[in-house]
Design a binder for this molecule. Structure first.
Ligand SMILES: [Zn+2]
Length: 208
């Protein structure tokens, strides 16, 4: 990969964050489409997509094959192996390792690759994911997405709750995808008030 030409604009690292269902993957796919249409060459990366495969899929039915970001994947090595890469779309970036976020910054600064990262900011406890925190610290621009995802009460949804067996839980592994085997796990977007109180809007009791 050639050095960044002098006089070119600096590449950028942008982080778009929001709760589940706010359209992050939809925007990621749209962003890829827009850049590709301008003749730019990009890669689409994801981790733990809802489809369970190496794909970016959105809740409204769009989808595209993607590269799965395994824990051992070196993103600088990946990108430089492709020859020319102008931009990266990094969906579910909250699940990447901190080291991989540093690699994204290296790609921006040393290889002139624009990086558009999408992900959750905080986990089911309302605690920030380490990778999201690093993105907040390093990104040139951070944008909160709020595509009218609402709590059951009608307030803006901000936080992701983990619901196990119908009850909001506040302890457990930071990343749990799908069922644990013992009880069905699901996630629900709540406003801050109801995330803190644990009310799920179905007449269920408060959190354990
Ligand atoms: Zn609410």
């Amino acid at each position: 990969m050639s050095a960044v030409p002098s006089g070119a604009r600096d590449a950028v690292l942008k982080f778009y964050f929001g709760p589940m269902d706010c359209g992050k993957s939809t925007l990621a796919l749209q962003m890829n489409y827009n850049h590709a249409r301008q003749g730019r060459r990009g890669l689409v990366l994801t981790k733990h997509d809802r489809s369970g495969g190496p794909k970016v899929t959105s809740r409204i039915g769009l989808g595209r094959d993607a590269i799965e970001v395994e824990d051992s994947l070196d993103l600088v090595r990946l990108v430089t192996s492709y020859g020319r890469v102008d931009y990266l779309i990094c969906d579910e970036a909250c699940f990447y390792s901190i080291e991989q976020i540093e690699q994204l910054a290296d790609l921006v600064d040393e290889h002139g690759v624009d990086v558009y990262a999408f992900g959750l900011a905080s986990d089911f406890r309302s605690v920030m994911f380490p990778a999201a925190q690093r993105l907040f610290e390093l990104a040139d621009e951070v944008c909160r997405l709020q595509v009218e995802v609402l709590c059951w009460c009608g307030r803006p949804g901000q936080l992701n709750a983990r619901v196990v067996g119908g009850v909001l839980v506040r302890t457990g592994e930071q990343v749990v995808i799908g069922d644990t085997g013992e009880a069905p796990v699901r996630y629900q977007v709540l406003c801050r008030r109801h995330h803190r109180s644990g009310e799920l809007g179905e007449g269920t009791p408060a959190a354990i």
